[in-house]
Every structure is written in structure tokens, then in C-alpha cells.
Design a binder for this molecule. Sequence first.
Ligand code: TA6
Length: 305
Amino acid sequence: MESFGAVADDHRPIVDFAKDKNGIDQILLRNSKGASVKISLHGAQVLSWKNERGDELLFTSSKTVLKPPHPVRGGIPICFPQFGTRGSLEQHGFARNKIWVVENDPPPLPSFDPTEKAYVDLVLKPSDEDLRIWPHSFEFHLRVSLTSDGNLTLLSRVRNINSKPFSFSIAYHTYFSISDISEVRIEGLETLDYLDNLLEKERFTEQGDALTFESEIDRVYLSSKDVVAVFDHERKRTFLIKKEGLPDIVVWNPWEKKAKTLGDLGDEEYKHMLCVDGAAIEKPITLKPGEEWTGLLDLSVVPST
Ligand code: TA6
């Protein structure tokens, strides 16, 4: 398993590198208060996000397969260039099953203050095989940051590298660790329309109060506000999901019956996870040659009663 060496001193964030048991590079970000984020180059998948007390904030199944081409059942798999299944692409696209590359000289980002964040820049460019499956020349630049306050941010830039125009959908399939699905509610989705994946993507309208959970849920909420809150009553903590360029929110919990069909999820583990994903699904993003899309996902945790 990986072991990271450097120790954050009182003044600067740390970026450290190691390899997992399959020899795949992982990056560990740490801030001066002791919070941390771990990312695998396999899929540029965030595997862990811990607060300064060392509490794990993301869910990872005890039965996950930590070996490509399987995406890890947990953390934050990046679903690109599509969410769901359509055409020749695999479920949720190929980006989460590819090895990304650390980028030392990314395209410049305005008004970014490196002194107050631990961050790593990763990039995915299509292989010849990818171009056969999805014939569009793109670059996906991803900056994963851990702020001095312990927020986890994913800043994505997808660029059309002089290919013909193409469209993509995207979702950051975020598995939040929760005390129990019966203790959780989501605020910020009230009165929104949603597509119900359990009912052939039929369109419905959410009622006027917070979303709670009594059974399997698999929905794409449309044109949501740029802040959504996930309250965990038992743990007295609230996840805040802030986003830009990501109009939709996916909410997914497989519940008992579906959980039993997932070989990489424990039968009872559905109780301790909830996916609430910043996404752009209903209206895929179209890029002309040379155009670039930017999306930001900013996750934080605040105490709540
Ligand atoms: O809406 C979320 C969803 O599409 C569910 O239908 C379920 O398939 C989930 O993603 C997990 O997908 P995965 O390919 O990671 O097993």
C-alpha cells in the first residue's frame, strides 16, 4: 500500500507522491492543519478526503476492486465524456478508467494563489484507442486542490483541440460518507424538475421540502442552485456542494435490493453512502474547435445541529 513521506510544517501545504499496490501513482495533498486529499492517477479519482481530525469524509466500499479497469466504488469517479450509457461508450465514459498524467506546466490559471492551497494538476488526452471510440481531439485539464480551510476543489478545463465540434456530459460521482441514510436530508433541490432514472428518465417536479430517503433513488435534478447542502443529523455535519458550470445534480443511493447486485458494494453499505454529484447532463456541453469549457466543484464541511 502507499506510504507518503513528507510532513506538513506550519507554513506550507504538502504535495507528496507514492504508488498503490498495483504500482499506480497516487498523490497526497496535505494542508498545514492536517487535512488531506488522496488522488489516484487511475481516473484522476479522488480516493480520500479527510478533515483536520483525520475523519474520512468520502465513502469507499470495503469490497471495491482497486485494480484497473475497474473504477473504485467510492471517492469521486469522473464521468466523462458521458454520464450514463449511450452509444459505443462504456457506462459513464472512459475518463475514470484511464491513467491520467501529472502536468507540471498547465495552461495558466488567473487569480490562483498557490501559497494557500496544496494542489496537483492532472491531464487526460485521448489515446489512439480513445479516438477510435470517441473521435474528438480534446484535452481535459484537472486541478485538484485542498484549501487552507480543508475544502476540496476540482477545477476542470475541457478544450477542443481543433477537432470538429463535439458535445459531452460530465458528472463528479461523489460518494459522501454518511452516518446512516435515514439520518440524512438534502436542501437546495426543492421544487426543481428532475429526470428519474428508475422510471425511464421521466420528468417530475420535486416537492417543496428537503429531500429524505426511504428507498432507492436515482435522479438527475435540473438547473439546480449553485449551492446544495447534505445534512447528516447524526454526525452534526453538513456537506456543502458549490459549483460553477455544473447546472445539474445527480442523487443516487442503490438501497438494499440494488446494493445486493453490485459485487463491489457490501450488502449493508448503501446505508453509509450517498452520491450527490455536480454534473452537466441535461444539456450536454458543445465545444467548437479551440473552445474551452471550465467547471468548478467546491466541497466543504461545516458543523450543523
Ligand atoms: O445515477 C447514478 C448511476 O448512473 C446509477 O444508475 C448507478 O449505475 C451509479 O451511477 C453507479 O454507476 P457505476 O457505473 O459507477 O456502477
